[in-house]
Design a protein around this ligand. Structure first.
Ligand SMILES: C[C@H](/C=C/C(=O)SCCNC(=O)CCNC(=O)[C@H](O)C(C)(C)COP(=O)(O)OP(=O)(O)OC[C@H]1O[C@@H](n2cnc3c(N)ncnc32)[C@H](O)[C@@H]1OP(=O)(O)O)[C@H]1CC[C@H]2[C@@H]3CCC4=CC(=O)CC[C@]4(C)[C@H]3CC[C@]12C
Length: 274
């Protein structure tokens, strides 16, 4: 028996705003409000924060993927909810710490690599969270933008700080100040994303990259990521001191012995993450 339109709408309304699925060593986090183009809700952000905690805490998870349901990544903050209750009214002096938004990975980065698989729109909050991911794949019709200024808002998800550090200054300034949309081809040219794939294939490509990372030594992967994060913006000399400490720790691990041993024995390495 086929479902009626209202039955489908009822199911959609009761569905969690974010889905979390573990596939092997990969945790897939899917923003799931397709009828509202995956606009951010409190429920969605609470589940995302829990998922990020799970990624950091579970040693069996080696990589995470962030994606959106129904052919859209994320249309940013829920503007209809915002219209009913203006967030600015809560911003009384000292009333809220706006330096951290863990769900959007502002003031928090994961200890494992995070891959964004983008289809359709990644607008405002959607492009803001993208900047907290490490590797980014998008379908060819995807579009990006930090459009808050168009609505008289400020990109409090961190873009006024991060975007100028991730793509050339003049383009970042233009994107932030005009709020214009950036097509996938241009985003790739700018280095905001790393891959453009046919529409509908972003998650497949992200999984392919995730599997390649998950097959590597997890201690090495996490140490490389930690070095990137901790040394960002540092003078080279200071950065090399930290790099040396972190790198030496990796060389002391059992995985660092297993890698060369597997090569000599002509077999695939079995990394245990210790
Ligand atoms: C500041 C930080 C971020 C802000 C923002 O993101 S502002 C949002 C800007 N977004 C947009 O302008 C996109 C609007 N949408 C579109 O342009 C289009 O819909 C689309 C291109 C995305 C898709 O087009 P389409 O043709 O495919 O589809 P449509 O027909 O247009 O849409 C279908 C359907 O979806 C609905 N829809 C789409 N987008 C939205 C949306 N954004 N909101 C609601 N609904 C949407 C559309 O209406 C249609 O519906 P229908 O019924 O069918 O008509 C903030 C980020 C995080 C915030 C902090 C979070 C934590 C906090 C908690 C507090 O309590 C205090 C504040 C705060 C700290 C908070 C502060 C602000 C942030 C940092």
């Amino acid at each position: 028996m086929s479902s009626t339109t209202s039955e489908i709408a009822d199911v959609a309304a009761s569905a969690p705003h974010c889905l979390v699925e573990k596939r092997g060593h990969v945790l897939i986090v899917t923003m799931n409000r397709p009828a509202a183009r995956n606009a951010l809700s409190s429920e969605m952000m609470a589940i995302m924060t829990e998922a990020w905690d799970q990624v950091d805490a579970d040693p069996d998870i080696r990589v995470a993927i962030l994606t959106g349901a129904g052919g859209t990544f994320c249309a940013g903050m829920d503007l209809k909810a915002m219209n009913k209750s203006a967030p600015g009214d809560k911003f009384v002096k000292g009333g809220m710490d706006l330096t951290k938004l863990p769900a959007l990975l502002k003031g928090r980065r994961l200890t494992k690599p995070l891959i964004a698989a983008v289809e359709g729109a990644a607008i405002a909050g959607g492009t803001e969270i993208l900047q907290g991911t490490d590797i980014r794949v998008a379908g060819e019709s995807a579009k990006f933008g930090v459009s808050e200024a168009r609505l008289g808002l400020f990109p409090l998800g961190g873009s006024a700080v991060r975007l100028v550090r991730q793509i050339p200054y003049t383009v970042a300034a233009e994107i932030l100040l005009t709020g214009r949309n950036v097509p996938a081809s241009e985003a790739k040219e700018l280095g905001l994303i790393g891959h453009v794939v046919p529409d509908g294939e972003a998650l497949t490509k992200a999984l392919e990259i995730a599997d390649a990372i998950a097959a590597n030594g997890p201690i090495a992967v996490q140490a490389i990521l930690k070095t990137i994060r901790v040394t960002e913006g540092m003078h080279e000399e200071d950065a090399f001191k930290i790099e040396a400490e972190i790198g030496a720790e990796v060389f002391r691990s059992a995985d660092a012995k297993e890698g060369p041993r597997s090569f000599a024995e002509k077999r695939t390495p079995v990394f245990e993450g210790r």
